[in-house]
Design a protein around this ligand. Structure first.
Ligand SMILES: C[S@@+](CC[C@H](N)C(=O)[O-])C[C@H]1O[C@@H](n2cnc3c(N)ncnc32)[C@H](O)[C@@H]1O
Length: 350
């Protein structure tokens, strides 16, 4: 399925040669799945066609599907999937925030490649390749390692110095990557999350690693929280656009309406965090997205509303500085195969 989404624009352009604008969406999807199977599976072509024809009977479009697929198979050697067509919305989102042409083309090229996965050690180890903590995740997760993207690791490394209190409230904590990493640097993390299935994953992770972090099931937007904190981490829910290499479905699913809904929630979560923050306290806002609405757009809204909030400077040669926050620069991790793209802002309450 990953290949279906990675190449979705290429496949869209191929099927356009055989169908017209009136062809129903369901039939277009069937045709694109078949093209994915032709290019990426060992399934015999006759079996792909037979199954598709059978399935499309429920839409009474079996003759159309049969005709298009047979015509496509006659010519399929002439179609190249080396072209790098990407949905327009993805490209414009990228153009809006990354001014460097080199970085933009690196990002767009990486849509078509399977990414490396990384595992992070609980302790420094000379054998690891980045800051003595990062290793590739190939077949097995090592004991005392947990899965985390290298960009995620960079963020926590870069922001940990702002937390001058050893106690941190992590308000969207599950499945626990950031909480676990912070605890390896000696922070005591109080974790909350609203999703039971995610909390179960968090508990499995900390049990496997013997890390002592308590997690409580709470909806951060509505739960009673009776005390204030000096350090809050908000790794907010988002479109996950920055994880497009691992989750290529996000490439074709970005949608302005959903992004606006996400932005409202993100702003509300920051508002709530600021209420719970002591004067002088630090709130770190992170999203695994690079869409303007979920990143700089959120911080713009916060800075307009709260005049007592300032943005701190982060020191990292792996990030791109913007007016009110930083993006992980995937190009800076080129030698390790790139990274997911995150946005991070460190806010101080004056
Ligand atoms: C981006 S993930 C967090 C990833 C996590 N920080 C890590 O590093 O592994 C966002 C999380 O926010 C949680 N979430 C969404 N809305 C929430 C809410 N209102 N209150 C608490 N948690 C929420 C989701 O269940 C999800 O686990």
């Amino acid at each position: 399925m990953q290949e279906y989404y990675r190449q979705i624009e290429n496949y869209e352009l191929i099927i356009k040669k055989f169908i017209n604008d009136k062809t129903p969406q369901s039939i277009k999807i069937i045709l694109k799945i078949c093209i994915t199977l032709v290019f990426h599976s060992k399934k015999p072509h006759y079996a792909i066609v037979n199954e598709a024809v059978e399935f499309s009977k429920r839409f009474q479009k079996e003759s159309l599907v049969n005709a298009v697929l047979r015509e496509f198979l006659r010519k399929h050697d002439s179609f190249s999937i080396t072209e790098k067509n990407i949905p327009e919305m993805f490209k414009t989102s990228c153009d809006k925030v990354f001014t460097s042409k080199k970085i933009r083309s690196y990002i767009c090229d990486s849509v078509f490649n399977k990414p490396n996965s990384y595992q992070i050690s609980l302790k420094n180890d000379e054998n690891n390749f980045y800051k003595k903590r990062v290793a590739f995740l190939e077949d097995n997760l090592h004991i005392d390692y947990f899965v985390q993207d290298i960009g995620n690791f960079e963020i926590i490394n870069a922001i940990k110095e702002f937390f001058n209190d050893k106690e941190i409230l992590d308000v969207c904590a599950a499945p626990g990557g950031k909480s676990i990493l912070l605890s390896t640097y000696g922070f005591k993390v109080e974790a909350i999350d609203k999703s039971q299935s995610q909390i179960d994953k968090f508990k499995q992770n900390i049990k496997r690693l013997s890390v002592d972090i308590k997690i409580v099931k709470k909806n951060f937007l509505s739960a009673k929280i009776n005390r204030k904190y000096n350090s809050i981490l908000l790794d907010a829910p988002c479109s996950a656009l920055g994880t497009f290499r691992r989750n290529p479905d996000v490439i074709s699913k970005i949608d302005k309406k959903k992004l606006k809904v996400n932005q409202d929630i993100q702003v509300k979560m920051i508002d709530r965090s600021l209420i719970l923050l002591n004067k002088g306290g630090i709130l770190v806002y992170i999203v695994c997205s690079f869409h303007y609405f979920e990143t700089m757009g959120v911080i713009d809204k916060i800075l307009q509303k709260h005049k007592n909030i300032t943005v701190e400077n982060i020191q990292s040669d792996k990030m791109i500085k913007k007016e009110n926050g930083y993006f992980i620069n995937p190009y800076s991790f080129k030698e390790y195969g790139g990274s997911d793209i995150f946005f991070v802002t460190v806010l101080r309450k004056q």
